[in-house]
Design a protein around this ligand. Structure first.
Ligand code: THG
Length: 264
């Protein structure tokens, strides 16, 4: 499972302040730290409080790619901000995200085609997030069909079944796992999958244990990636361990790497 480092997000106070004051240092430190911990992408989200999202996203992209070679995952509901970010990305990026709503899919898949970007598609519609796996899978199929129709290779689509906090949506958990399993049957090649891992533990105690346990259970259902806390060593160790148990590496490569780096 690839970790998309979640930390460069204006939801965190240090990043909100850095964006406000145009101070590259916190962004670049988190970029380097997450890369060193083995993240495969950096999620960039300007956060809820920024008045001008377009220049803020452009600045985040420019600043992050000075500090890290990782591909970027541009996280915004404002597609003008996504487009401004894509224009300054030096390598193909990931667009986070698009729901199964026609005009939004039109805008995002057109951008993806133009900029050779990957896309995160959300299993939700105008009516919101359905509870049952069947409806989430039906929305996933709409995302797959549109992705293909706009000429974006389906293996560049990451479907996110949408994880809700366990304290408000405990009944969604099993539906998310079932959705992850069924997504792999939708097409050949199938789309990839992702989740916002830390969502599961928002507002709960013992957050890391919830995140880690959810991650390994979802990996057993075929989860390919997660927007997650790349700096949680226990999570990184659990993911490496699950890769061995699921027979995903020859010679336990990821296991050896992680435990050598962590001196465990
Ligand atoms: N799916 C997709 N993208 C996403 C999400 C998703 N992007 C945003 C989010 N969800 C994933 N990223 C985070 C980042 C941080 C937290 C949760 C998810 C988090 N933050 C602390 C909190 O809310 O308690 C903030 C703590 C602080 O302020 O210091 O948990 O689902 N495609």
């Amino acid at each position: 499972m690839i970790i998309i480092g979640e930390r460069i997000n204006g939801m965190f106070r240090d990043i909100a302040k850095a964006i406000r004051e145009k101070d590259p240092k916190p962004v670049q430190e988190w970029a380097q730290k997450q890369e060193a911990m083995g993240a495969g992408y950096l999620d960039l989200n300007v956060g809820p409080a920024v008045p001008e999202r377009v220049p803020a996203m452009k600045w985040l992209v420019e600043v992050a790619q000075e500090a890290s070679k990782l591909p970027l995952c541009l996280d915004s509901t404002d597609y003008d901000a996504i487009e401004a970010g894509l224009e300054v990305c030096k390598q193909p990026a990931m667009i986070n995200s698009v729901p199964a709503i026609a005009d939004k899919m039109d805008r995002v898949f057109t951008l993806a085609q133009k900029f050779d970007a990957e896309v995160i598609g959300l299993a939700m519609s105008e009516e919101g997030i359905p509870k049952d796996a069947e409806s989430r899978v039906a929305l996933s199929m709409e995302l797959v069909a549109n992705c293909d129709a706009y000429g974006v290779p389906v293996d560049r689509l990451y479907i996110d079944p949408l994880v809700l906090p366990a304290n408000v949506g405990q009944d969604h958990g099993p539906e998310v796992f079932e959705t992850l399993r069924q997504i792999k049957l939708l097409s050949d090649p199938p789309p990839k999958t992702t989740v916002g891992l830390s969502n599961i533990s928002q507002g709960t105690k013992n957050r890391e244990l919830l995140n880690r346990t959810f991650a390994v259970m979802a990996m057993a259902c075929g989860l390919d990636s997660a927007i997650a806390d790349a700096c949680d060593e226990e999570l990184v160790a659990a993911v490496a361990t699950a890769r061995v148990i699921l027979n995903m590496d020859i010679y336990c490569d990821s296991y050896v790497d992680v435990f050598r780096n962590q001196n465990l």
